[in-house]
Design a protein around this ligand. Sequence first.
Ligand SMILES: N[C@@H](CCC(=O)N[C@@H](CS)C(=O)NCC(=O)O)C(=O)O
Length: 253
Amino acid sequence: MSTSADSDKIKLRLHYWDCRGRAQAFRYMLEDIAYTHKNLDYKEDFEACETISNTWGERRTDHTISGPFRSLPVLHWNDTHTFGQTLTIAHILARKFNLYGKTTSTYNDPILLEGYINGIVTCAYTDVITNILQAIWATPDIEDMHSPGYFQIAMARDNLESLNKILKQSSTSFYYNQTEPTIADYFAFEAYLMTRNMHRKLLPTNCEALEKLEQIMKERPALANYFQNNRLFKRITAAPHEEEYLQKLSKIK
Ligand SMILES: N[C@@H](CCC(=O)N[C@@H](CS)C(=O)NCC(=O)O)C(=O)O
């Protein structure tokens, strides 16, 4: 039996590391969804990044913790379903809570609109966020294009440029002429913020549309609360060297 996302009680439990990592884009989605859907009981419980080098080895063998793929994030839906894989979790949320936008005169086929939106999500997640996470683990010298790990930051920059260009073509501040954010906007928002938080130099020269997106996303009541209450983790990955590495990068002008 399917449940209505607008009226039936829905219990969601997210399990992820206490860092931004892969989950941050859909954490923003969940904040907004929980703000508007009072039937939603949503909580996140965290796996401490510190456990990755000691107790996680054992914890990951327990499927009630590490889900079907022995990795995090994991989303528990109503104590009956357990999902793994970042994009799958985000797509389920978008499907259930109407974050695939509305058809417009230009995008008048819902399936094709979903295809456009999914393109942005995949690009932001696979080609920007994942590359930035890998780059932080690889600690490249961001001023030396021959440094191992430089490829990841070059890829992230190139794809952010495409994300900015596509957003600029929209008649609104959101992708594909939408008046409310879709899953695409949450992912592009985090791809842009995460890259900038690694280092401003990694951004493409022109980020005007993404800057505007950041501004409008941060004005949304649930997200404004989230940022004002300092709920965004400073830590981006579970890499033990991250703080020291980002500190070193911050000295580069
Ligand atoms: N393809 C998965 C990858 C998940 C993944 O690699 N998660 C990492 C943390 S960011 C993890 O849990 N690593 C520990 C492990 O695999 O044991 C996704 O996109 O969610």
